[in-house]
Design a protein around this ligand. Structure first.
Ligand code: G3H
Length: 214
């Protein structure tokens, strides 16, 4: 299972969380990664943790003030990027362009979507993975894998119908090892989570709990 920890703009210490991700990754067969804010990418990557960006834009080098260039994210040490997170929604053409930009920079891609229908559309754009996240469950602590299992199973089916090579993650409310196991039982190959680790008093203990049953 892939456990991708998105730090959003939570007021956590990104280096401490990254060091915990790095250390717990060494204890488990699961794959762990952390997605800090863009300004923190280089320092986080220097910890040795697998580092992802939260977003890249559909742009190339040039006159694009305030945008995030995929090559710059890769130069900072990121190996992958989220695209179209629920809190950073893009138009369809911009999702497509962001996937192309990420591929140009050799970044792995996870395109997020609200529901199974959008997952099918996202899979058609050829990312490495898609992540289904019902917005209403994000940040609630109520895990999608247990509160709304149908949405995960339907997302897995939708992606497989379009492109069997696109793996499916699920996210929203995931915070325990049981939640991760439930996600795997529904066909997800990973989870995307944030508050369960970024807002935990002890992020390393939270990560250890997440991977303990895997
Ligand atoms: O990127 C992570 C997701 O939006 C899930 O957030 P959450 O784990 O706080 O529910």
């Amino acid at each position: 299972m892939f456990v991708l920890v998105n730090l959003k703009t939570y007021p956590c210490d990104p280096i401490a969380v990254a060091e915990a991700v790095r250390d717990v990754d060494e204890t488990t067969d699961a794959r762990l990664a952390v997605a800090p804010q863009a300004a923190q990418l280089e320092r986080v990557a220097e910890t040795g943790a697998e580092t992802w960006a939260q977003h890249v834009d559909s742009i190339e080098h040039g006159s694009n003030t305030g945008h995030t260039l995929a090559e710059s994210v890769a130069d900072a040490g990121a190996v992958g990027t989220l695209i179209n997170h629920s809190e950073r929604r893009l138009k369809l053409a911009d999702i497509d362009g962001a996937v192309r930009a990420a591929q140009r920079a050799d970044l792995e891609t996870v395109v997020c979507a609200n529901n199974p229908a959008q997952i099918g559309a996202a899979a058609a754009l050829g990312p490495d993975s898609v992540a289904v996240e019902p917005p209403a469950l994000i940040g609630t602590g109520t895990p999608v894998s247990q509160a709304d299992p149908d949405v995960v199973e339907d997302a897995v089916d939708a992606a497989a119908t379009v492109d069997a090579d696109v793996s499916v993650l699920c996210g929203a409310g995931i915070s325990t090892g049981d939640d991760v196991v439930a996600a795997g039982d529904l066909g997800a190959e990973g989870v995307l989570l944030a508050s369960g680790v970024a807002k935990a008093d002890d992020p390393k203990a939270a990560l250890e709990d997440l991977v303990e049953p895997l």
